[in-house]
Design a protein around this ligand. Sequence first.
Ligand code: ADP
Length: 233
Amino acid sequence: MGVAITLQQVSRTYGSAKALHEVSLEFPAGGTTALMGHSGAGKSTLLQLIGGMDLPDSGEIRVDGQALPRRGLDGHRRRIGFVFQRFHLLPALSAVDNVLAPVLPYRVSFDRKARARELLAAVGLADRERVLPSELSGGQQQRVAIARALIGRPPLLLADEPTGALDSGTGREIVDLLLRLRDQYGMTMIIATHNPELAATCDRLIRLADGRVVGDDAILPAADVLDRIGRLG
Ligand code: ADP
């Protein structure tokens, strides 16, 4: 199951730029949240802090109630899957080797290769195990990157503009895939995006502007909205 994330008064400044200013938020376990806001609003900074790739200047981040330490974040990072806009696959490695690369340095209790193959099948690339990233389309490369993000069965998936480098049809396929995998593996998901269609498929939309939260709304599934309108009528 997913983990719950809590931010209390989290701030991060780069030089004179206040990337985040006293942000307090709760992400319940298993929720899917879209982060929107103009470029420079602080979305990536928020994801990097939650992912333990950067440290706040002040404030606290809790995972299932446990405050993240300022040192020794390796264990936390290993429990997170990260998907980027530009895939970041290793060009000299085959698709299956890219998927298992994150767990290569670690002793693990599962068969790495078998799991990598299983995940490639789950993202619809069972027949492309041996190919190099350069032989794959953008959408296929993002599928490999998503499989790679899931190799450690993370309870938290962070995605920074996962459809930003893709055309709208391919982007839609990636959104469908992410939602299907969330249902299958039950993780908490936080997705920074400029794509309103992607945001609408999440169950919550947080808007950031200049490092502050300026909107935080539940998104009702269309069926629920129609049901409510029906009952009102
Ligand atoms: P977004 O993801 O919404 O585009 P970012 O979190 O990348 O926003 O950036 C928020 C602010 O912090 C911007 O003003 C950006 O220029 C600044 N910033 C982010 N990362 C760095 C960094 N590594 N060094 C200096 N400034 C940064």
